[in-house]
Design a binder for this molecule. Structure first.
Ligand code: MTE
Ligand code: MO
Length: 167
C-alpha cells in the first residue's frame, strides 16, 4: 500500500478497535463490543506501581487474551507444548508504546497468567478509548497498554551460529 494513501475509515485508531495479525491463519479486526460478546468475561482487581504516579488500584473486566488470540489460529501445533512455547506477542498502543509477552506466560500449561483484554476500566466503558492489556502478575504498570491498536503474534528465530557470531 502506498504511504500516501488515505487511511481506511475504519482504521483502528478511530474506532477503538485493534488488529490481531502476524503468524496467524485468521487475522482479525476486533472492537471492544466484539470482546464483550465473543468470549467468557473475567474480572481482575489489580494493583500496580507506576514510576511516576505510585500505586494504582483498578478493576478490569474482559476476556482472556489467550482465548481471543487463540481464535486467530496462531500457526503452531496446538497439541505440542514445545511448539507453542516458541511464540511471542507484541502489543501496541495508539501512542506507539508497545511491549511483548511470551505465549508461555498466558498458556495454561506454562505461566497460566490470566492476562485480559479489558472492555471496562472501573466504571469506564472502553468502547471508544480501545481495549487495555491487563497483566495481573506484573508488579508495575508498564505493560498495561491502553488504547491497544495491534496484537502481533509470531516467533523470533535464534541465530543459526551463535558461537561463531561477532559483534
Ligand atoms: N498506550 C499506553 N499505555 C500505557 C502507557 C503508555 O505510555 N501508553 N504507560 C503505561 C504505564 S507506565 C503505566 S504505570 C500505566 C498507567 O495506568 P493508569 O494511567 O491507568 O494509572 O499505563 C501503562 N499503559
Ligand atoms: Mo508507569
Amino acid at each position: 500500500m502506498s504511504r500516501l494513501s488515505t487511511p481506511p475509515r475504519t482504521s483502528p485508531a478511530r474506532t477503538g478497535s485493534f488488529v490481531v495479525c502476524g503468524d496467524v491463519t485468521e487475522p482479525a479486526t476486533l472492537s471492544v463490543a466484539d470482546l464483550r460478546h465473543g468470549w467468557e468475561q473475567h474480572r481482575a482487581d489489580v494493583t500496580f506501581d507506576c514510576a511516576t504516579n505510585g500505586p494504582q488500584h483498578h478493576t478490569f473486566h474482559g476476556p482472556l487474551l489467550r482465548e481471543v488470540v487463540g481464535d486467530a489460529r496462531p500457526r503452531f501445533d496446538p497439541h505440542r507444548r514445545k511448539d507453542r512455547s516458541r511464540f511471542l506477542l507484541a502489543v501496541s498502543g495508539g501512542d506507539g508504546h508497545h511491549t511483548v509477552l511470551s505465549w508461555a506466560e498466558i498458556d495454561a500449561d506454562f505461566g497460566n497468567t490470566p492476562v485480559l483484554l479489558a472492555t471496562r476500566l472501573d466504571e469506564q466503558d472502553l468502547a471508544m478509548a480501545g481495549t487495555q492489556l491487563v497483566v495481573p502478575s506484573d508488579r508495575c504498570g508498564a505493560r498495561y497498554i491502553s488504547a491497544v491498536t495491534s496484537i502481533w503474534i509470531g516467533t523470533c528465530r535464534p541465530p543459526d551460529n551463535p558461537m561463531g557470531a561477532r559483534s
